[in-house]
Design a protein around this ligand. Structure first.
Ligand SMILES: Cc1cc2nc3c(=O)[nH]c(=O)nc-3n(C[C@H](O)[C@H](O)[C@H](O)COP(=O)(O)O)c2cc1C
Ligand code: SF4
Length: 452
């Protein structure tokens, strides 16, 4: 099995080799001990343990979980909520769905621990309504755990939202939990306090109730940190980023898949050892961790995969979903699928975002169809760099990080397209996953919405 390595950094703890079938299976491997321990501790002690572990969130930004928990817990408003982000819409990422398919119990236990630490009134788990297997597995586990009173007194509710990428943006996710569309609400800039249900029963009229938002893998990992202690967690991973993560590896490798490995594993090891290397005769051209960072290139293949090292290498870890492109790819086409995705997924509330992502996509289309030249390159760069002006969310910033990086890195290749276009260039598909075939080590992709 892909995740069965026992390394000096400890055995896999997140992904069991096979899906757990029942709560009894879960209890047999130590399940529910984390929540039992949390409930024997004060909320402050649980938060202190999370802080001590040095755990950084797995939703993409690597924000320290203990600091986020302490800030919500210390908010004077007495009514609090917890919202787990299991909406997973980033191209190249499938780890949260895999976690829910294989072990939904640890996610529910982690959410119950977070709810206890926040003294929450209620917790939510949001995912996309297309996540058939994850929905079925988590609902089944929830029914079993509730019937045996295994989750404590704080109710956990599921919210099933639309296919939109923006559903994963935390402010949009809170909108959907409140029954509205996946459109990021306007807020002051960080450090803001996210909240739900303005005016009910908020302590300050018109304000929302402070809400802790953490990713699905983050919540699943919490279960193990509280069960085994901060020192155990600190003993794994790299100095920058402790613990394991689940890497999603896709694209031009021999074995696509999901691999639970310690943070700090190098990109070379991930591709060569776990992914089986590139296809015969091909050379590495670029690797993208979702669509929110600049790419990682062949000279950086020995970069340790943690938040700090990836940032220092000019890229980013994101949610650890890596899309590999070999030398058979046309980078104008690759830039185009990412740009078009971000344009389509932009909700249009901020003009510079919708216009900038559109203009850049149009410039890339000109280069592909043979009507483009250096004027389009300048237009693409300007549109992308200006897209985040006055933005409510990070989506246009993602565009401004990934698209100019591709244009600049592959300037010569772009120039070869001037007034000529793509000739027999490989046309990539948008690597947005909807299923994983474990036997074949292959992801199944969807193109998502192709028209805005
Ligand atoms: C456009 C956009 C899409 C996002 N999609 C996801 C997602 O699918 N899952 C997720 O956990 N975080 C996503 N995020 C990040 C969340 O806003 C939030 O930071 C994260 O859920 C916090 O989790 P963590 O602190 O546990 O890492 C997205 C952010 C943006 C701007
Ligand atoms: S920045 Fe873009 S995606 Fe975000 S709210 Fe504004 S228009 Fe919508």
């Amino acid at each position: 099995m892909e995740n069965s390595q026992a390394s000096r950094n400890g055995k896999p703890y997140l992904l069991p080799d096979k899906p757990l079938q029942s709560l009894d299976d879960y209890i047999a491997i130590g399940g529910l001990k984390g929540l039992e321990r949390a409930r024997s501790m004060t909320a402050d002690a649980v938060i202190a343990e999370v802080k001590k572990s040095g755990f950084r969130g797995r939703g993409g930004a690597g924000f320290p979980v203990g600091i986020k928990w302490a800030s919500i817990a210390s908010d004077p408003c007495p009514t609090k909520y917890v919202a787990c982000n299991a909406t997973e819409g980033e191209p190249g990422t499938f780890k949260d769905r895999m976690l829910m398919r294989r072990n939904p119990y640890q996610l529910l236990e982690g959410v119950a621990i977070a709810a206890h630490a926040m003294g929450a009134r209620k917790a939510f788990i949001a995912m996309k309504r297309t996540f058939d297997q994850a929905i079925e597995r988590t609902a089944f586990a929830h029914r079993e755990m509730t019937a045996r009173n295994a989750l404590g007194d704080i109710p956990i509710e599921f919210v099933y939202g639309p296919e939109d990428y923006l559903l994963g943006e935390e402010k949009a996710m809170l909108e959907v939990i409140e029954g509205r569309e996946a459109m990021p609400r306007e807020m002051d800039y960080p450090p803001y306090v996210l909240g739900l249900f303005a005016g009910y029963p908020s302590c300050i009229p018109g304000q929302t109730n402070p809400t802790l938002v953490n990713n699905c893998e983050t919540m699943s990992t919490i279960t193990h940190i509280i069960r085994n202690g901060a020192d155990w967690f600190q003993s794994m991973g790299s100095a920058d980023t402790r613990g394991h993560t689940i890497f999603t590896l896709s694209g031009d490798v021999q074995r696509e898949g999901l691999y639970e490995l310690p943070m700090g594993t190098t990109m070379r090891e991930l591709i060569e050892k776990w992914g089986g290397g590139l296809r015969p005769g091909r050379k590495l051209k670029a690797i993208f961790s979702g669509v929110a960072s600049a790419g990682l290139y062949p000279e950086s293949i020995d970069t340790p995969l943690d938040f700090g090292s990836m940032r220092n290498a000019g890229s980013g870890l994101g949610s650890a979903g890596f899309m590999v492109y070999d030398d058979s790819n046309c980078m104008v086409q690759v830039a185009h699928i990412f740009s078009k995705f971000l344009w389509i997924e932009s909700c249009g509330q901020c003009r510079s975002c919708k216009d900038g992502t559109y203009e850049a996509t149009r410039g890339l289309e000109n280069l592909i169809n043979g009507t483009g030249n250096e004027i389009d390159i300048e237009a693409i760069l300007q549109a992308s760099i200006n897209a985040p002006r006055g933005n409510r969310c990070f989506l246009p910033t993602e565009h401004s990080l990934i698209i100019p990086s591709i244009v600049r890195r592959f300037g010569q290749e772009f120039a070869e397209h001037y007034n000529r276009g793509c000739r027999n260039c490989r046309v990539p598909i948008l690597p947005k996953m909807h299923d994983y075939d474990e036997a074949k080590h292959e992801f199944h992709y969807t193109h998502g919405r192709l028209t805005p």
